[in-house]
Design a protein around this ligand. Structure first.
Ligand code: ATP
Length: 458
């Protein structure tokens, strides 16, 4: 059930070595919880976002895309409740002066058996004292009391020092969808129920160690808000739980590595909420959330902006503020789950071990690698590569033995290696090697194009 081979250290090392993900600002000693996507990583992440957008926007009935500004009027965050209640319970270790989240300390110590989400700050402090939860950095047991700490990054805008106004980097993308609810509804003539989705950067001043790209201070969210009439919300909540789960299975996740976690302690806006957790190398952790946000957000924005956000049913003339079912998933957290799920080490005949990323072909950075068997076949291989590049993301490699070239492609998850040999010059066929089975078939160029189209579709 659990994937034994993958550890965070192995993933981080592979990602760095193969141009998937680099530590942020590395030549300056790095900056905690920031990472840069390299040439291979940016392709994989873009493909993940594309697959999500296709599933939840373009292929979906009555869902519309949006790309709202990161910087919003500060009143948005007052209305949403973020300025007053978007905080984490922090404790400092007095011995080594590191800062930690009390809920994370409890989760790690209890190995998921205690649920800090249901505890008050006082209960968390008591748990840490009675269970003698030590500092994970120095092993000390000398904690400050819990203090709450707002997670929003502040900045300021204004032309002179005296006229600076405080503004925030958005901590979630959802508010852009709420404030544009009627703009989207009117311009698309959408009828409730309908959805608004967007993918964009969000920022949180997370102080705890991030477990690679699991928890970063700058990340991308893919959020989908489904606006529906009160009374239908529970049905849609169940539907979105299923859609979120199915999307992951279709991306190649084993259902055994996924589970639902229903929230007992609900956020101030939520009627029902759950996470889908994934069995990451460090254990079960939240991958995405599905929340029934009721009419909280639209009601608050109506109140704070003074502008009506009421929907008028075109048939019955009924006026109401819709309920919202939110489905929210971090693109980076999903990327980490995709990489963990795909990572494999396979012992070959003869004892060699190959590392292979068994990515869904739709998310692989390159759909194929074109490899001339020998250097003098390079012109022909480059010609085929150029033709394929018009249709797919394809790479070319003529350096080193064919075996070494296969291994390099295995490590970045390229599903097919297309080898040009002397028969290619004779009959126009190429060898296509499958990453997972390592089996080979011969195809003509035109069959190759149809083959890749079929195999790489999502
Ligand atoms: P957590 O409890 O892990 O902090 P959350 O419940 O605060 O997450 P939400 O506010 O519901 O998360 O955000 C929706 C999604 O955005 C999460 O399920 C996760 O995939 C992603 N996400 C949230 N915070 C981060 C972060 N700091 N880094 C990367 N992804 C994040």
């Amino acid at each position: 059930m659990a994937k034994q081979t993958v550890t965070m250290e192995k993933l981080v090392a592979l990602c760095k070595a193969r141009g998937i993900i680099f530590p942020g600002s590395e030549i300056y000693g790095g900056m905690g919880n920031t990472w840069d996507y390299g040439p291979v990583g940016v392709e994989i992440k873009n493909n993940i976002k594309r697959a999500w957008w296709k599933r939840f926007v373009t292929e979906s009935d009555n869902s519309y895309g949006l790309d709202a500004a990161i910087l919003m009027n500060s009143k948005v965050w007052e209305a949403s409740g973020h300025t007053t209640s978007f905080s984490d319970p922090k404790m400092d270790c007095k011995k080594c002066k590191t800062r930690h989240r009390a809920d994370n300390l409890i989760e790690a110590h209890s190995k998921g058996t205690a649920d800090p989400d249901t505890m008050s700050n006082e209960e968390m402090e008591n748990y840490i004292q009675t269970h003698h939860v030590c500092c994970p950095v120095c092993g000390g047991f000398d904690w400050t009391p819990i203090r709450t700490f707002n997670l929003m990054f502040e900045t300021s805008r204004g032309v002179t020092d005296e006229s600076q106004n405080k503004i925030y980097l958005r901590p979630e993308t959802a508010q852009g969808e709420f404030v544009n609810f009627l703009n989207v509804q009117r311009t698309t003539r959408a009828k409730v129920p309908f959805g608004i989705a967007q993918i964009g950067k969000a920022f949180r001043n997370e102080i705890t160690p991030g477990n690679f790209i699991f928890r970063t201070i700058e990340f991308e969210q893919m959020e989908h808000q489904w606006f529906c009439k009160a009374g239908t919300d529970e049905e849609f909540y169940a539907e979105y739980k299923k859609k979120a789960f199915d999307f992951l299975c279709d991306l190649g996740f084993s259902p055994e590595h996924l589970r639902f976690h229903d929230h007992e302690k609900l956020a101030h806006y939520a009627k029902e909420a759950c996470d889908i957790q994934y069995l990451y190398p460090m254990g079960w952790q939240e991958l995405n959330g599905v929340h029934n946000r009721t009419d909280f957000d639209l009601t608050r924005h109506q109140e704070y902006s003074g502008k009506t956000l009421t929907y008028v049913d075109p048939v019955s003339g009924e006026r109401y503020i819709p309920y919202v079912i939110e489905y929210s998933i971090g693109a980076d957290r999903l990327m980490l789950a995709v990489l963990s799920e795909a990572y494999d080490e396979e012992t070959l005949e003869g004892g060699d071990v190959r590392t292979v990323l068994r990515l869904h072909p739709a998310v692989a950075a390159y759909k194929a690698a074109v490899l001339p068997l020998q250097k003098n076949l390079a012109p022909h291989a480059k010609e085929l590569c150029a033709k394929l590049k018009k249709l797919y993301s394809v790479t070319y490699d003529d350096a080193g033995s064919i075996g070494k070239r296969y291994r390099r492609q295995d490590e970045i998850g390229t599903p097919y290696c297309v080898t040009i040999d002397f028969d290619t010059l004779e009959d126009g066929t190429v060898t296509v090697r499958d990453r997972d089975t390592m089996s080979q078939i011969r195809l003509s160029e035109s069959d190759l194009i149809a083959f890749l189209a079929e195999k790489c579709a999502f």
